[in-house]
Design a protein around this ligand. Sequence first.
Ligand SMILES: O=C(CO)[C@H](O)[C@H](O)COP(=O)(O)O
Ligand SMILES: [Fe+2]
Length: 230
Amino acid sequence: MPADLIAPSILSANFAKLGEEVDNVLASGADIVHFDVMDNHYVPNLTIGPLVCEALRKHGVTAPIDVHLMVKPVDRIIPDFAKAGATYITFHPEASEHVDRTLQLIRDSGCKSGLVFNPATPLTYLDYVLEKVDMILLMSVNPGFGGQSFIPSALDKLREVREIIDDSGLDIRLEIDGGVKVDNIAEIKAAGADTFVSGSGLFGYGRDSDPNRYDSIVGEMRRALAGVDR
Ligand SMILES: O=C(CO)[C@H](O)[C@H](O)COP(=O)(O)O
Ligand SMILES: [Fe+2]
């Protein structure tokens, strides 16, 4: 069974001291850094690019960096993120002209590849490309902003994807993104997720981040996860 990975979304971190924030949340026991890239075109918000990813690597971050691309077009930014130190690069299939080519480009760039599904995006995008996918990311909010509420239909979708992955016998992570908190993380794992993005639930969206709380929140998430089977 794949290990549970906690993936703080730095979208809700204090950007004025990002390196410190990432160090603190990783020291609290989080596993991978979720890096939200928004282009004010595919989604109505604008965030960070390869320079910031590279800066985190230069700062000394060695944990995997999970780049969630919410951009259109997709392909031209992939080599830049690979050079900047991305570990995973995931993208929304409807933002790519050629999904198979984009997945291949990510792997050829030396990164792990993933497809992201919005709440209303059908899973048929997985047909024919499953063998080129290292991660499936299900959105449990509509993309563009942190701090939104978990959309419950994502639980059924998780169960569906868990079955697809298990039936395939492939080594594919199943990540959930949006509205994940201490109080719902257990039922999300029970539905099949193994990688849990949490932004506002960890850093605190719209209020001051408090590094002293990261230990206790990551600890509470771990305890909640330990109590359920996938
Ligand atoms: O991709 C995202 C938004 O498009 C973010 O990763 C996501 O919303 C995480 O933030 P929160 O845990 O606050 O929902
Ligand atoms: Fe994300």
